[in-house]
Design a protein around this ligand. Sequence first.
Ligand SMILES: *Cc1c(COP(=O)(O)O)cnc(C)c1O
Length: 450
Amino acid sequence: MATSLGTTSPNRREHARDRAVRAAVAQGLLSAEEPVAALLDTAGIRASAAALTSAFAAVTDAPVLHAFAVKAAPLVPVLRLLYEAGLGAEVASPGELALARAAGVPPSRTVLDSPAKTHAELRQALGLGIAVNADNLQELARLDGLLPSAAGAPPVGLRVNPQVGAGAIGAMSTATATSKFGVALRDDGAREAVVQAYLDRPWLTRLHTHTGSQGVPLPLMAEGVRAAYALAEEINDRAGRRQIDTLDIGGGLPVNFASDEDTPTYAAYAGLLAATVPGLFDGRYALVTEFGRSLLAKHGTVLARVEYTKTSGGRPIAVTHAGVQLAVRTVYAPGSWPLRILAYDAEGRPRAGEPAVVQDVAGPACFAGDLLATGRALPPLRPGDVVAVPDTGAYYFAHHYAYNSLPRPAVYGFTRAAEGGTVFSLVRRAQTLDEIVAESGGGRPDALTA
Ligand SMILES: *Cc1c(COP(=O)(O)O)cnc(C)c1O
């Protein structure tokens, strides 16, 4: 068999999704009260976790902690699923740490990164035994005051920015010359200051880098890792011992939003790393990775009812309930983040057999830019139809934006039952109107007038 462990063929993914849409409609997941919902493919998430684990196991015997970047899908059941699949959690705020803890991810499998950790956050993480990556030299100085007292302190690292350059999307590129993350390694005097920081701190045993996210090509990511590896070697040489014992190489594998194919693969990236940074995998360093988007994106689908259809300036428009509140990047940066739109009829069957019509697919918000797709050739949509927006498992519906006080939608996991049906399980229920009011100062209406 040519297929490696954990990959999902595009056809299988399409069939699984079509079955799930049909079942979601049949089981009433979409209703007048909840005209939008999100689905997560449980088996797909497991398959991606297995693909990641096996890709690194194929190139190294070194211990590897794959710490899922919680920000990509901050849902407790997702973190639990990934933990049971052998992964850990990378957290970057007290909220994300709380989610990882609620999911039962132990401190030994948790890593704290963030450019703005407070004293209290650092103290809590160290107290819990969570590995910390400092962002900058000021944070290291802060840790000086906290660490010597913390007996049996967890591992601490420093994030460096190798300044290897930007990918296709500036806002997703973290290794530019002026990125806000890490110590900028090529700035005047910075490299020497970093080496000295390690020589001064025997407890500083990790080195961290994360070169970017969507839009950063694999060779550029590998260059960033190569630069961090070279720095670790230099520091260990200067220290005369293997002070740095763990390299945290970050996440950032880009995702293919154009089709159901998983490209690039974890295996391709691991192979490229092995070729670009041969010493990385020879067992002298333990490894941490922090993949987010690539583990979840392909396994999430937004479903929304078409409420109305109309024509404006000759352009057909389908007005749906999925818009800016769920697909923030798509709506604000449609050039960088085009999403596919799939058309289903009111029973959840794929719409087919009619010539495609060039149309816009709009969201519900009172904002002219709230368009999921413009000028897209799709089967003619009708009121009551269902549109599906695939590849939204990371950074979309789990990143709800409260525009127009539109509620957070329900999220359901789905699996295939032994008898062939689809079983849904509620991951997060929809936000209620009472909750929206309460979270909007509803308990203190007189706060500005009393
Ligand atoms: C966002 C982030 C990640 C995950 O990036 P993805 O593109 O979702 O894989 C990993 N590490 C750090 C430090 C991050 O900020």
